[in-house]
Write a protein that binds this ligand. Structure first.
Ligand code: NAD
Length: 287
């Protein structure tokens, strides 16, 4: 069994991004800028935003967090997004999800300029992913593909079972795999007999948030496991969706969780923001 080490790869990507930022600053005097919208007091969201901000600082990005109270109005957030869309020092806009119940999340995601949509949640970018055109791809599944590539795992022709069908994890994960010529199945909460599907999988990619959802009897020998889930046990420990201790014995490759997909998600946010900044720098040069 070999670990798919997202922590290690994310550090390598950070170094590459740092070098590119330095080059960009030297050639055009531009600094990539990321704006984050954080609404409410959810501790997990605040922790994620803090990690993203620290990563931006490490690679030399400019970053700003719009920290808003939970009772804020839809219109106030919309005004903030519109102003960031117009702000030339901002290349990427990220709305930390989930948002409080009174907020129309879809409307806000659609308001973000697709050229600054570094989370890849705007329907414009979703459509480009589906049609295998270049655009911004959601960071978590993009990070999974980078991790597989780093370990020379080609999914072409492989049976890939994606468990979880959300817009931010499962659906874009399935699209990326399909674009890479895998045979893809998507399972979700209403899937009957999950084991029947996973037993046939060469690669299991699970992002659900249920501790020990995948056990050793559900996978075949030499399976490749990508654990995207993050949950906290009663003791406060972070764990994934896979019974790592037992499933790892049957796997050829497996991501640890934490330390697998999580750090790759942040690395891809940096790389998407850098991509947006490079496009903007080129546009400014062409004008
Ligand atoms: P979500 O709640 O939006 O979606 C969960 C999905 O899992 C749904 O499609 C649902 O049908 C499916 N599901 C639920 N219970 C199931 C079951 N028993 N069997 C099969 N399918 C089931 O969640 P999300 O935002 O997609 O996040 C999923 C998980 O991934 C969470 O644990 C989240 O913390 C984690 N996550 C991790 C990262 C990272 O960077 N590592 C990023 C995003 C999300």
């Amino acid at each position: 069994m070999q670990l798919l080490d997202g922590k290690l790869l994310s550090k390598k990507i950070e170094l590459e991004v740092t070098a590119d930022v330095k080059k960009l600053k030297e050639t055009c005097g531009c600094t990539p800028g990321l704006a984050v919208v954080l609404v409410g007091q959810d501790p997990a969201s605040a922790a994620y935003v803090n990690m993203k901000k620290k990563a931006c600082d490490r690679v030399g990005f400019y970053s700003i967090t719009h920290d808003m109270p939970a009772h804020i109005s839809q219109e106030a957030i919309e005004r903030t997004i519109i102003s960031m869309n117009k702000n030339d020092s901002i290349d990427g806009i990220l709305i930390q999800l989930p948002l409080p119940e009174q907020i129309d999340t879809t409307k806000l995601l659609e308001l973000v300029d697709p050229a600054k949509d570094v989370d890849g949640f705007h329907p414009f970018n979703v459509g480009r992913l589906l049609t295998n055109l270049d655009g911004f791809v959601p960071c978590t599944p993009l990070g999974v593909m980078e991790l597989l590539r780093e370990y020379n795992i080609d999914v072409k022709g492989k049976n890939c079972v994606v468990i979880g069908a959300s817009n931010i994890v499962g659906k874009p994960m399935a699209s990326l795999l399909l674009n890479a010529d895998a045979t893809v199945e998507i399972c979700h909460i209403f899937t009957d007999d999950l084991k029947r599907h996973t037993l046939n999988a060469d690669v299991v990619l699970v992002g659900v948030g249920v501790i020990n959802l995948i056990t050793e009897d559900m996978v075949k020998d030499d399976v490749i496991i990508v654990d995207i889930g993050v949950s906290r046990t009663a003791e406060g420990k972070l764990v994934g969706d896979v019974d790592f201790a037992n499933v790892s014995k049957k796997s050829s490759y497996i991501t640890p969780s934490p330390g697998g997909v999580g750090p790759m998600t942040i690395a891809m946010l940096l790389s998407n923001t850098l991509k947006a900044a490079k496009i903007n720098a080129q546009k400014a040069k062409d004008q």
